[in-house]
Design a protein around this ligand. Structure first.
Ligand code: COA
Length: 175
């Protein structure tokens, strides 16, 4: 399912590069599902990994980029980049004009609506489009996956092997 956050129905016609932003700490199967869908719609998808220091990420930006790149190795039209400036500024610098966001449940809507509205206020030429993930992934978030992994729960359904290993090592280091 794809929603276009715009009254301009041309928004699908002129945009060839889509930016999928997030913190990706770490990338989950839910994110991958969404990127795979976006990569079928857009000729090029840029996964933009926000530094997000306020979220005190488990993995630093380089680690998140590497884990995400490995996960995307099979998708030729997907690029992974880090950023620490304003999202809309990054989108424009990338030559893109579409932001992709995932809507997992109605509860995501309010925050996403605010984000999309603010971004459009700052950069009216940048459109936000929403994709819904497979329902199997509708309850996943990076925080929940980290919590389960920290307590030695099984997260193999939610993240790839490399992410599982990286989390195990990081939590072991932290004791
Ligand atoms: N599958 C699984 N999980 C998903 C998901 C999906 N399809 N879509 C979202 N999520 C989860 C994420 O894992 C994340 O979980 P967490 O909070 O437990 O870590 C949560 O939903 C939030 O999504 P995320 O993609 O990480 O976004 P965010 O809220 O951390 O960041 C940015 C949003 C990066 C886009 C925003 O902060 C931003 O634009 N930053 C740049 C600075 C800027 O321009 N600020 C002004 C914005 S108006």
């Amino acid at each position: 399912m794809l929603f276009c956050f715009s009254t301009d129905h041309d928004c699908m016609t002129n945009n060839r590069i889509a930016v999928y932003p997030g913190t990706f700490d770490p990338i989950t199967n839910g994110h991958t599902d969404l990127v795979t869908r976006a990569a079928r719609v857009f000729p090029k998808v840029v996964i933009a990994i926000a530094e997000s220091p306020h979220k005190k990420p488990l993995f630093n930006l380089e680690e998140r980029i590497r884990l995400t790149q490995n996960e995307m190795a099979g998708l030729d039209n997907v690029e992974v980049v880090g950023f620490s400036n304003l999202l809309v500024e990054f989108v424009q610098q990338s030559g893109a004009s579409v932001i992709i966001r995932g809507l997992r449940a109605v509860s995501d809507f309010e925050y996403e609506f605010q984000l999309a509205s603010m971004n459009r206020h700052i950069a009216p030429d940048v459109e936000t489009m929403f994709l819904t993930p497979d329902e199997d992934y509708s309850f996943i978030s990076s925080s929940l996956v980290k919590e389960v992994a920290r307590l030695n729960g099984d997260v193999s359904e939610f993240v790839c092997k490399e992410v599982q290993l990286a989390m195990r090592e990081r939590f072991a280091e932290r004791g």
